[in-house]
Write a protein that binds this ligand. Structure first.
Ligand SMILES: [Zn+2]
Ligand SMILES: [Zn+2]
Length: 158
């Protein structure tokens, strides 16, 4: 599981926006879907799921950019208004109470390895997945993967 990064801080590239996480993530996704590949310009995205109320904006302001998504229901990507780096996203199912924090914007990204690889059906063929980390072709049922503590935290945001 994720190494603790309580009070981990992160920010955008231009330095306008800084944030701090009050809690460890409920789970960390490594998403290999084509949409994340396009949005990052890379092979996958790393998202740490944390309650919105546990993400403190320390400095600057953010803009919420409505963005199409694979589901057709859209997502909101929260960005720095100046450098436009994506800091976190909100997806329709989890909604506004849950931030999908872009792990690459944390100061110490190495503390946050993925708990599960998702949408591996569209994984780039040169990306080798470690056998000890769960991986699914598409998505999964939360009850099958999340810890009891994380499920309780998620339920508390509903
Ligand atoms: Zn910025
Ligand atoms: Zn994705």
């Amino acid at each position: 599981m994720t190494t603790s990064f309580l009070h981990a801080e992160g920010g955008c590239t231009c330095g306008s926006v800084r944030y701090r996480l009050q809690r460890d993530p409920m789970i960390v996704h490594c998403c290999h879907c084509r949409w994340c590949q396009r949005e990052t310009g890379s092979a996958f995205v790393l998202n740490a799921l944390v309650e919105r109320e546990c993400v403190d904006l320390l400095q600057g302001e953010v803009v919420a950019v409505p963005t199409p998504s694979a589901s057709g229901r859209g997502q909101t990507i929260v960005r720095c208004p100046r450098c436009q780096v994506a800091l976190w996203s909100h997806y329709p199912d989890a909604g506004a109470p849950i931030c999908f924090v872009r792990v690459g914007t944390l100061d110490f990204t190495e503390r946050c390895p993925p708990d599960i690889h998702i949408y591996t059906a569209s994984r780039q063929p040169w990306v080798c997945l470690p056998p000890e980390v769960p991986a699914v072709d598409e998505y999964y049922e939360l009850e099958d993967v999340w810890s009891a503590d994380s499920l309780a935290r998620f339920a508390a945001t509903r």
